[in-house]
Design a protein around this ligand. Structure first.
Ligand code: ADE
Length: 235
């Protein structure tokens, strides 16, 4: 998979793309992440890519020209076609979730445009992007952090990125339920013991316990995830 990020702050991506699961996946060439500075496509000597809004009001708006040109420059590369998602990160977008992550992870290429300042010229939304995505009902100073969230969630779903298929299967949300509680050594810490069943070696019982805990946790914390689902059917 190749991810192209359009941003006015490419340096923000340096360490998220160098560390951890994502950093390793890039080093192992399992994914290719390309950061494109929108300012490179500015048409003026100051490299400015924003301007005042028509009609007045505060703030600065990202201009359409540099963004269209940046996306056009990507179209020459292999794997870019009509089905390539061109996503604008914005608080007005549809809320991101695991289902969307799984859908996007299946694409060969995904373009992420980071909104900035007080908005992006509407013609970018109407004539260039295929969808707007928000990572939650709060406002960030720009789409960069949102893009990092999406990149992380897509990269960890790529083949061979994580150690074992188990790690994805048991993730919160992959199964539609929250993850069960996990423990490691020591078996007793400051007087708090690990549930006995986890030390029993009885895999059938462990599976049953974990499933029950997942359902209990989901009912307590995120009952919205279980709407319309018969919890008796879950085990
Ligand atoms: N840009 C600003 N706020 C955002 C959000 N919540 N999600 C995605 N992009 C954003």
């Amino acid at each position: 998979m190749r991810l192209d990020i359009l941003t006015v702050f490419p340096d923000m991506f340096d360490s998220p793309l160098a560390e951890g699961v994502v950093g390793r996946a890039i080093t192992r060439k399992l994914v290719d992440v390309n950061c494109l500075d929108i300012r490179r496509f500015a048409s003026n000597t100051h490299s400015s890519v924003d301007d005042y809004p028509f009609g007045g009001g505060g703030g600065m708006i990202l201009q359409p020209g540099p963004i269209f040109d940046a996306v056009d420059s990507l179209k020459k590369d292999s794997g870019f076609d009509k089905s390539t998602p061109i996503i604008l990160l914005s608080p007005q977008g549809k809320k991101f979730d695991q289902c969307k992550a799984e859908e996007l992870a299946r694409h060969k290429r995904v373009v992420l445009i980071c909104g900035r300042y007080d908005g992006v010229d509407e013609r970018v939304i109407n004539h260039l992007v295929t969808e707007e995505i928000s990572i939650g009902d709060y406002v960030l100073s720009g789409g960069e952090l949102a893009a990092m969230v999406i990149i992380d969630s897509l990269v960890r779903l790529q083949d061979d990125v994580l150690g074992s298929a188990e790690s994805i299967k048991d993730d919160s949300h992959t199964s539609g339920l929250l993850q069960f509680p996990q423990y490691t050594r020591p078996a007793v810490f400051r007087g708090w013991s690990v549930p006995k069943v986890l030390l029993s070696g009885n895999h059938k019982e462990i599976k049953k316990y974990r499933n029950k805990q997942s359902i209990k946790r989901t009912l307590e914390r995120r009952p919205d995830l279980l709407e319309g689902i018969d919890t008796d059917q879950l085990g």
